[in-house]
Ligand binder design. Structure first.
Ligand SMILES: Nc1ncnc2c1ncn2[C@@H]1O[C@H](COP(=O)(O)OP(=O)(O)OP(=O)(O)O)[C@@H](O)[C@H]1O
Ligand SMILES: [Mg+2]
Length: 280
């Protein structure tokens, strides 16, 4: 028995199938095992089934078939599991309290924590995402990016062991996105991250699962999977820019050396072969 076999997986999904009443076979025989501390990027085209899968891992949708075990316990429909946190794709599905502070505190009250502990965790979580100054603002007045960061604080305040992020960088500006990437890189929890931001996945995840039409197509090393042009294109993806080898001229843009003394780009540099020049 290898040492790994003694460690309990953070997540085991076996034979999972799911249909909505008006959308059959949204997930088909999904099998996935995630070990503690893994950071798994879930990539795939719109409608592939990523969010649907997440809602089932969190017990918000009941599988049509199959089983999900999270941190050693089978998932039950609508069971409150503070050790599992979901950052919703749409923050409006998550935030509902009158103020930011109340929203972050909501789950903590449900956990039965003392007033002091709730306050301390709210302050800590809002500071972590850089939104402490928003604490007394109404959530419905926040910008989309602010809502995203507050919904991450909502989840982090619970100190979950498995955190599920559904498109966490959507609507974030460069600075907030970078803060998020650093936060994810420094986090020790097990993570699942669905993202169309493939560069974020490359920077954060040590494993990638490609899903299309409700089925797992590939599962493995992020650079190998996302660097495979054909695989990516076959499933509506593009190789991330940072995996494309760059040379000075790789984008075929003319360089200074391609210009003549008046700064006019030489025809050859524009890909034109005009035959020998009259001036030699
Ligand atoms: N509540 C619903 N009722 C019926 N069909 C739904 C429902 N929610 C999602 N679907 C359908 O299920 C499929 C999977 O949707 P899902 O939201 O899981 O995809 P996704 O991979 O998260 O996509 P995206 O990248 O756009 O977020 C889609 O075909 C979608 O139209
Ligand atoms: Mg989705």
């Amino acid at each position: 028995m290898s040492p790994e076999e003694f460690v309990e997986p953070a997540l085991i999904i076996s034979g999972l199938c799911f249909s909505y009443p008006d959308a059959p076979n949204v997930l088909e025989d999904v099998n996935l095992k995630v070990m503690p501390g893994e950071r798994v990027g879930l990539i795939g085209p719109n409608g592939a089934g990523k969010t649907t899968l997440f809602l089932q891992i969190c017990g918000l949708l009941e599988p049509s078939e199959g089983q999900i075990v999270v941190l050693g316990k089978p998932v039950k429909n609508r069971d409150f599991r503070p050790e599992v946190g979901l950052v919703f794709q749409n923050p409006d599905d998550q935030l509902f309290c009158p103020s930011v502070r109340d929203d972050v505190a909501f789950g903590l009250h449900n956990m039965g924590l003392s007033k002091d502990e709730v306050e301390a965790r709210v302050t800590e979580a809002l500071s972590t995402v850089g939104c402490l100054e928003l604490a007394d603002r109404p959530v419905h007045h926040l910008s989309e990016g602010e809502k995203r960061m507050v919904s991450i604080a909502d989840v982090l305040a619970m100190w979950p062991r498995l955190v599920i992020y559904d498109e966490p960088s959507a609507n974030l500006d460069i600075r907030s996105r970078r803060r998020l990437i650093r936060l994810l890189q420094a986090s020790k929890e097990t993570m699942l991250i669905a993202a169309h931001d493939l560069e974020l996945v490359l920077e954060v995840c040590n494993r990638v699962v490609l899903i299309d039409k409700g089925q797992i197509i590939a599962d493995g090393n992020p650079r190998e999977i996302m660097g495979d042009d054909r695989l990516m294109e076959n499933h509506g993806q593009e190789k991330p820019h940072s995996l494309v080898p760059h040379s000075h001229k790789s984008n075929n843009r003319p360089t200074f050396a391609d210009s003549d003394s008046r700064g006019v780009v030489k025809p050859q540099a524009r890909g034109l072969n005009l035959g020998p020049s009259p001036n030699g």
